[in-house]
Design a protein around this ligand. Structure first.
Ligand code: U2F
Length: 435
């Protein structure tokens, strides 16, 4: 291939909420480091989200990546009603025009036409279908959506019609899937139509975790590329979590985090009562000021056994031998990181894919338990802590997670499947066929 043909302009569209923008930016950085000279990368995200993710990304060391702000869809002087989905819905309504406008400006300024589009699957807008572009993705399908609606009438029914998902119950489905009149549901629906048109769907997952799902995806999509588990970001330990962990016995600490998007509910009181009763040392990533008042007394009372920080270097914490359990909302990144760290989970999912992830953790991989009745209660949490941290079942979970962890290590080793898939991805995004 000639140097001229290798030149290209890879355009990444981020979904600016929760943990979405960061993994996409990391992927762009990995690709930019591996791409042949002359290939440029542009990362599009809202100004607010860029302000959060760019300072940790050290883009200065990449002369082939530029970040751009797109409009967030908030009308001037807008007053929020308190609905947590409002910001997302306004953004979704402003797509794809906000991305298109900004991209046109950038093409005008730089003279570089987009040669490849690498987007979060949530940005699978209809206008992108005109060309064969790449998507970072999740799984669904038009027929699937109709079936989901049908089976949702019986919450106990399982998804036997989707290979590899027979353990998932109708009650585990995100209710957003079933109401196509809402902006967020339309986004999911558009995504399900867009994925089969993409040149490749890139997943933060690895071969062997879900063989039946992988086979099914291969039959439905042009190409799937598991490139995970993604290499962990350095994760600065500004609050001394790791040295605190090192002063504890092996597998004795509960690490607690509910991800980046949640306002956890008042039932957290039941969780803390269980921790206190069992005298379990805990490390909690907690930055929700609205709930701090609720838990302040507990935090003070248990200062000698607990540590509360606003942001924790999670991947490093989960890799620490003192952590015995991860109390999690089951966001996908957290589940993968817990597997990579070899830590069994206590699951309290809240929305979206989290209930499906919980079901797989508990019933498919058997590497954790859901909380009894789906919400925190003192007795349910005490039982879950006993099961995971003390009992035979917990030992079995650690063995099961060890096997998955080995699959993950093999995948990212030299010549491993994720390593090879990543090389294919580099070829795809830098290939002249898109230009
Ligand atoms: C949404 O999930 P979240 O962003 O809430 O949660 P995760 O997918 O688990 O990702 C959280 C990331 O933030 C990191 C952690 C994960 O990589 O290591 N982190 C950290 O480093 N330190 C902290 O103190 C707290 C978190 C959504 F809600 C889920 O349903 C989806 O599955 C998920 C992915 O699409 O996005």
């Amino acid at each position: 291939m000639s140097a001229q043909q290798k030149k290209g302009h890879v355009v990444a569209f981020a979904f600016p909420f929760g943990s979405h923008p960061t993994p996409l930016l990391h992927l762009v950085q990995r690709l930019a480091a591996a791409a042949p000279p002359g290939v440029n990368f542009s990362y599009f995200n809202t100004a607010e989200s860029n302000q959060k993710v760019l300072p940790n990304a050290d883009l200065k060391s990449y002369d082939n990546i530029k970040a751009y702000d797109v409009e967030d869809g908030l009308p001037e002087g807008y007053v929020f009603s308190g609905n947590p989905l409002e910001r997302i819905e306004l953004f979704v309504k402003s797509t794809p025009d906000n991305f298109r406008r900004r991209l046109e400006e950038v093409v005008e300024e730089t003279g570089l036409k987009a040669s490849c589009l690498l987007t979060d699957a949530f940005c699978g807008f209809r206008w992108t279908w005109r060309r064969n572009w790449g998507f970072l993705g999740w799984r669904s399908g038009r027929r699937g959506l109709r079936r989901f609606r049908f089976i949702s009438q019986n919450q106990d029914q399982t998804l036997d019609f989707l290979p590899g998902l027979s353990a998932i119950h109708a009650s585990d489905l995100p209710h957003e899937l079933l109401h196509l009149d809402q902006p967020f549901s339309r986004l999911l629906y558009d995504m399900s139509l867009a994925l089969p048109r993409a040149t490749a769907v890139v997943l933060n997952s690895f071969a062997g975790i879900d063989p039946d799902v992988e086979t099914d995806l291969k039959s439905k999509l042009k190409k799937i590329l598991n490139v995970g588990p993604s290499p962990p970001p350095p994760g600065i330990d500004q609050d001394g979590c790791l040295s605190w962990l090192s002063s504890h016995a092996a597998a004795s600490v509960a690490y607690i985090s509910f991800g980046t998007m949640l306002t956890p509910p008042p039932e957290l009181l039941a969780l803390v009562e269980a921790l206190e009763e069992k005298q379990i040392p805990y490390l909690w990533s907690f930055r929700d000021d609205s709930k701090r008042q609720l838990l302040q007394r507990f935090f003070e009372k248990t200062e000698s056994v607990g540590k509360v920080v606003e942001w924790a270097p999670q991947t490093r914490i989960l890799a620490h031998p003192s952590v015995g359990v991860f109390v999690t909302h089951c966001g996908w990144n957290s589940v993968v990181e817990s597997i990579t760290g070899g830590v069994p989970m206590i699951c309290r999912p809240f929305f979206g894919d989290q209930m499906i992830n919980r079901r797989r953790v508990q019933d498919v991989w058997r590497i954790g338990v859901g909380v009894e009745g789906g919400v925190f209660t003192k007795s349910g949490m005490m039982t879950a802590l006993d099961v995971v941290m003390c009992g035979e079942e917990g030992k079995k979970m650690r063995e099961n997670i060890g096997r998955l962890r080995e699959c993950a290590s093999r995948a990212v080793a030299e010549n491993g499947s994720s390593t090879e898939n990543f090389k294919s991805l580099v070829d795809i995004v830098t290939s002249s066929s898109h230009q």
